[in-house]
Ligand binder design. Structure first.
Ligand code: MG
Length: 302
């Protein structure tokens, strides 16, 4: 009951009916919680609103029971959380973008209404629209690791996992600075490596943020802070991707499939092999495949 009240904090009504602990009114639904333990959902959005609490219970229960999720606090979905996520790690073309965002518990509902919760199936257009709605007021940090720097680091022997860990740690640090002296109840990282490995990657870093840090796969379904970070990162990635496409003079494909090999081969022939350093992650197998393709294309044309 307390959790539900916190969730609707921004929508609480000043007056409560007799026998009620609290009442709240959202756009489509009136919620009244009674001392007896009963909660009434009324209005057009009632079914949907009540369903939220059934679903939430289902999601939170296994999360709390699974040790793999590093014993997340059972109520983490209702806390004030810094979430972080990254984009671009599996794409041959384009940078890696890592974002961290802070969502206070009283803003959880607002973000969900903006459609922030499930970003996996959002179109690029929707990503841009939501990013536009939140970027000016939501405390966040965006870090872009451009291709040239990425290739330098990779060639110096740094693994992609280490790059990601360092970027997450930095982004979280920036957000902690932005919101200080306020502190989040928890920090939730969309898991790309086990906790032990993540902190291993960070050895030697000046400042390592460990306090209240939790890891979970599919963390964007657990707290909208991770979903917001994911949306902001994807939006930044898309903007950079557009710029790189302009630089290349053709639309770059995402991912790391055959279309990518063909495009990379074309760029090698048109712009020289050195150009890829600025737009691609050179250590991917695509570089070699593109090289072979380019050689055979050259032969056929001569
Ligand atoms: Mg992720």
């Amino acid at each position: 009951m307390q959790r539900i009240k916190e969730y609707y904090q921004a929508f609480l009504a000043e007056q409560t009916p007799p026998g009620a602990i609290f009442a709240a009114k959202t756009e489509n639904c009136r919620i009244t919680a009674y001392k007896s333990g009963k909660i009434l959902f009324q209005g057009k959005g009632a079914a949907e609103e009540a369903e939220r609490w059934k679903t939430t219970g289902k999601i939170l229960e296994p999360a709390a029971k699974t040790a793999k999720r590093n014993d997340l606090p059972a109520n983490i979905g209702f806390l004030s959380v810094i979430g972080s996520d990254e984009v671009g790690t599996g794409d041959y073309f384009g940078p890696i973008v890592v974002a961290a965002a802070y969502v206070k518990k009283e803003n959880i509902r607002k973000l969900e209404e903006l459609g922030v919760r499930d970003s996996k199936h959002l179109s690029d257009k929707k990503i841009a629209a939501i990013a536009g709605e939140i970027k000016d007021w939501l405390p966040h940090s965006l870090l872009v690791l451009k291709n040239e720097k990425y290739n330098d680091l990779q060639e110096s022997g740094m693994s992609q996992g280490r790059m990601k860990a360092i970027l997450h740690n930095h982004a979280i640090g920036h957000v902690l600075e932005k919101i200080a002296p306020e502190k989040p109840d928890a920090i939730l990282i969309d898991q790309f490596a086990e906790e032990r490995i993540y902190f291993g990657h960070l050895e030697g870093q000046k400042e390592i943020h460990r306090e209240n840090v939790y890891f979970s796969t599919q963390a964007e379904g657990i707290h909208p802070a991770v979903a917001a970070a994911s949306i902001l990162a994807r939006y930044a990635f898309l903007l950079h991707f557009e710029q790189l496409s302009k630089l290349a003079g053709l639309p770059l494909p995402k991912g790391a499939g055959e279309e990518v090999d063909k495009t990379a081969a074309k760029l090698m022939l048109d712009k020289g092999a050195g150009f890829l350093r600025k737009v691609a992650k050179l250590h991917f197998a695509n570089t070699k495949k593109a090289w072979n393709l380019a050689k055979s294309m050259k032969k056929h044309s001569s």
